[in-house]
Write a protein that binds this ligand. Sequence first.
Ligand code: ZN
Length: 608
Amino acid sequence: MPNAAPIRYTIVPKSPEAHVFEVTCTVDDPDPNGQGFALPAWAPGSYLIRDFARNVVAAEARSGRRPVPVGKIDKHTWVAAPARGPLTLTLQVYAWDLSVRAAHLDASHGFFNGPSVFVRALGKETRTCEVDIRAPRGLRYRGWRVATTMRRRRAPVHGFGLYRAASYDELIDHPVEMGPFTLARFEARGVPHDIAISGRHDADVERLRGDLRRLCESHIALFGPPAPMRRYLFLVTAASEGYGGLEHRDSTALLCSREDLPRAGMREASEAYRVFLGLCSHEYFHTWNVKRIKPAAFTPYDLGRENYTRLLWAFEGITSYYDDLQLARAGLVSESDYLEILGRNITSLLRTAGRMKQTVEQASFDAWIKYYRPDENSPNTQVSYYLKGSLIALCLDLTIRGRTRGRSSLDDLLRALWNEYGKTGLGVPEDGIERLAERVAGIPLRTFFDRALRSTEELPLRRLLASVGIDMQLRPAESATDKGGKPAIIPPRELASRVTLGARVIDDAAGARLSHVLDGGAAQAAGLSAGDVLVAIDGFKVSAANLDRRLARYRPGDVTTLHAFRSDQLVEFTIAMRAGALDTCTLAVMTSDRAAAKRRRAWLQLRG
Ligand code: ZN
């Protein structure tokens, strides 16, 4: 029914001090048997059942001025009694979740992600939606504006008023920020891009604008212009701490620490800013990979329950590979910075014993119950499809480049995915990426994929990195804060005789709390468990701060006593110290091999 009446919504920041949005949904021609309305159980891009209906404080329905009985038939579905139109459902939604997934409202700003506030009028999901986004009442809110990529129907630029979306699916894909945000604009390949920063900050907005423009242009060039969106918006919430991003077709919502943003006068990118740029790069890459090139399992999304796919290694992993690679290709980080980032990622994988138990396909399928619900045993049993997926993408890229003598690469696979699936809207079948990779590269890749995706065998990183003139070295960690990527300061012989507990430790008022006890480590063999608070080694007090120093006095094989609190009981343990594993990676350019150097420059697109 192309001319069917639109579904009309209003959203009002009714009580910022009580964190309540009032949201209405009006259907002109309700279902004669009783109109149903449902809130999603999850938000696309974040694979966990969140049951947004839990934040609904009150629901009522009216037909004109007459109240209509409304009741729930399951955890997220309301049904109004048969009534004449227009029928309006009104929800009071509690909004106090400072994340990119849900809604947040106080006297300083409001933010919402569509799935957490807008109900779907059942049976009418394909209709046009109109949303009246209203300002809060009161003089103190005079300076508030609106940032969103939803199309304006009757609203000033960045103003409150009437917006529209072509369908429910589109309605919930445009997050909205309202408040006194900073705004900056740039163009990338002819497409206007806005940056809206909410929260107190002192960022060098000019720097950010220039860096994001280079980044966006390099992504558009990778997939091939023109860019698929009419405009784009980076919605940044700068908070005291936090880190997260959620992708949308025309925008991304990002949460960061205000310290991550560039300062005026900063020359080299700080490590925190590099990480922030990586996050922007990641979410922007999703504009193509996962928002338009999508698994068939998400075409369309079933918002009422888990949507299973084994392809998150590609949609998140390939995206994670390119987020940093494109920073290097755009010249926003140096070659040595990029190798440091890569070395850290490899270190992170080598410190995940779960890579020997779970494949990335399993990790992807079980994201809903495992990756998004980590616990103290996760490092022992799980592998991240982001992390291992990004290193599989690296191996796939270098494999294709090597076996085709540089004629083809992962870039070509992405462009083929864009042409065959992104532009057509067809969903990618579960075996679609593997088949297309073989076709594009013109080589058999079955063995590669069987090993990388469906086994727990180690990835051939050392050999493939050597093919582009990069030497990979492994050593033990030199401290609890050593994330790899850089050579050790401690001489190799001394480092080799160091011991580690085989546990991750966090600071606790009483001592050193073990957050994770790792399989095969000395702590586990001694009987220690996650949650134990280590208070003494050989009778001497320890804390997270002095633990490394204390441990430096021991050699592999030494036996001593440990004291730890398990709940409220002091327990004595006997521990036999073990050497640290070779789980810390550093990468260095090999200057001798000129042919390999040429391949490296082609891969990183280095000029000169
Ligand atoms: Zn992602």
